[in-house]
Design a protein around this ligand. Structure first.
Ligand code: HEM
Length: 421
């Protein structure tokens, strides 16, 4: 493989921003429908690091190559996480749509160096305390309750009724939220609205309510700790303040909910549309693991992640990157990089994909395992309870969400023989 930093190719970009170099608009239908083809074309035309334009024509770099994404994520001293480093802040309007993702917040996500080690260390330790068997049992219970709410009708829209709801409830259970109250119900609702607002929703108000409820949870756990993630964060010797714990808990919950929901739904889509997984043969139990893994390679939930900011002028993939430039991690593009799959067949036999990113800021070690427990239990329980589940529309009618960041369906309508238990 070539050196990811590379030597500058000709022509050398002019000083200033990537926009000067026939940048690609990072928006549009192709990102939803056939992103892998698009990434391959971009790679052919622009190389492993492409100049792109975000909303309002704000310039950035999209890192498309597997070695280049690995390089960026493992060199924090060159490509850091604190978005206040950005050289474009003067051009960002206050209502810029990507602000919720890149606007600095004092959470683990934007910390660097020893401060990041401190914060991420607490999260890792707290997540390590989750018993995977207990989590699987809880997910089965949640799955059964959700399925019972629609199994009598013979049809359901699984995105809202199942794929989103299950990880939201499971992660709140891990954090020690009481499972019986309407309190948890409204928190699940507010989480959905703040992460994925629909028509008529007020995401800002919902986010405020999430913050207030989590702050109350932290207070409760300081007074009466239990065997949960929040209590372990409160009791950790690093001595995080309540404000820090609230920020980081919200990050953990948000980071868990959206990608795991899309992992579940993309896996169900694969199982229901691809003959190789022939669901009607014995519930496809053996294939669930294969399907989960294949999705991480080919339809990964976080297709692009924003991002990293260059600490100083440097080179990457033959490009001159200026101090303060923004780099978007092209995780989906990297997973299907023709350099690692020269035959253009993407195998899904191993787990060397970059779907959980890489390096210091990667999805913290126990999290991918916990996400796997949630997603696997969600898919298996559904197939066991509703063994003749089929799509209620033609596969071509399924539509992807209009997002260049998350890859997931707008809806997943299914039908099955109604059952009363
Ligand atoms: C139990 C479920 C999960 C939890 C608790 C969780 C938690 C987290 C946290 C706390 C971070 C921030 C790490 C940091 O900045 O130091 C993170 C980052 C990330 N997670 Fe997860 N996550 C979960 C599931 C997933 C899933 C299912 C995916 C995708 C398949 C995913 C992909 C990522 C990615 C791409 C990042 C960004 C890493 C980077 O900046 O390089 N996570 N996750």
């Amino acid at each position: 493989m070539s050196d990811p930093a590379g030597s500058p190719s000709t022509p050398t970009p002019p000083p200033g921003c990537p926009a000067h170099q026939s940048a690609v608009q990072l928006a549009g239908l192709e990102y939803q429908q056939t992103p892998s083809q698009l990434y391959r074309t971009m790679r052919r035309e622009h190389g492993a690091v492409a100049p792109v334009l975000l909303d309002n024509d704000i310039p950035a770099w999209l890192v498309l190559g597997y070695p280049e994404v690995s390089y960026v994520t493992s060199h924090d001293e060159l490509f850091a996480r604190d978005s206040r480093r950005w050289n474009q802040w003067d051009h960002i309007p206050p209502d810029w749509p990507l602000l919720p993702y890149v606007g600095y917040q004092p959470s683990v996500l934007f910390t660097e160096g020893t401060e990041h080690q401190r914060r991420a260390g607490v999260i890792t330790k707290a997540l390590e305390g989750v018993d995977q068997f207990e989590l699987a049992r809880e997910c089965e219970l949640i799955a059964s309750q959700l399925i019972s709410s629609f199994s009598g009708s013979g049809q359901a829209e699984l995105m809202s009724l199942y794929a989103h709801a299950l990880p939201a409830r499971a992660v709140l259970w891990m954090c020690g939220m009481p499972q019986d109250g309407t309190d948890t119900e409204s928190l699940v609702d507010d989480l959905r609205i703040s992460l994925d607002a629909g028509e008529g929703d007020d995401p800002v108000a919902a986010y405020m309510r999430v913050g207030e409820r989590i702050a109350q949870l932290v207070k409760e756990k300081r007074e009466r700790p239990g065997p949960d993630v929040t209590s372990r964060m409160v009791q950790h010797p690093a001595g995080l303040s309540d404000e820090e714990i609230v920020q980081d808990l919200i990050s953990v919950i948000a980071a868990a909910q959206q990608p795991t929901a899309n992992w579940i739904c993309n896996t169900l889509r694969l199982l229901l549309t691809d003959e190789r997984f022939a669901l009607d043969v014995s519930g496809g139990r053996v294939s669930v693991g294969d399907a989960l893994n294949e999705v991480l390679w080919l339809d990964t939930p976080t297709q692009n992640f924003i991002g990293r900011w260059a600490v100083r002028d440097t080179q990457l993939g033959g490009r001159l990157i200026r101090e303060g430039d923004c780099l978007v991690l092209g995780l989906a593009a990297a997973n299907t990089d023709p350099q690692i799959w020269p035959e253009s067949h993407v195998g899904a036999e191993n787990s060397a994909h970059l779907s959980f990113s890489n390096g210091e800021h990667r999805c913290p070690y126990p999290a991918p395992l916990l996400a796997d427990v949630m997603a696997r239990t969600a898919v298996e329980t559904l197939l066991e309870r509703l063994p003749d589940l089929v799509l209620a529309v033609e596969p071509e009618e399924l539509t992807w969400r209009p997002s260049i960041w998350m890859r997931g369906l707008t809806s997943l309508p299914v039908q099955f023989t109604p059952s009363m238990h």
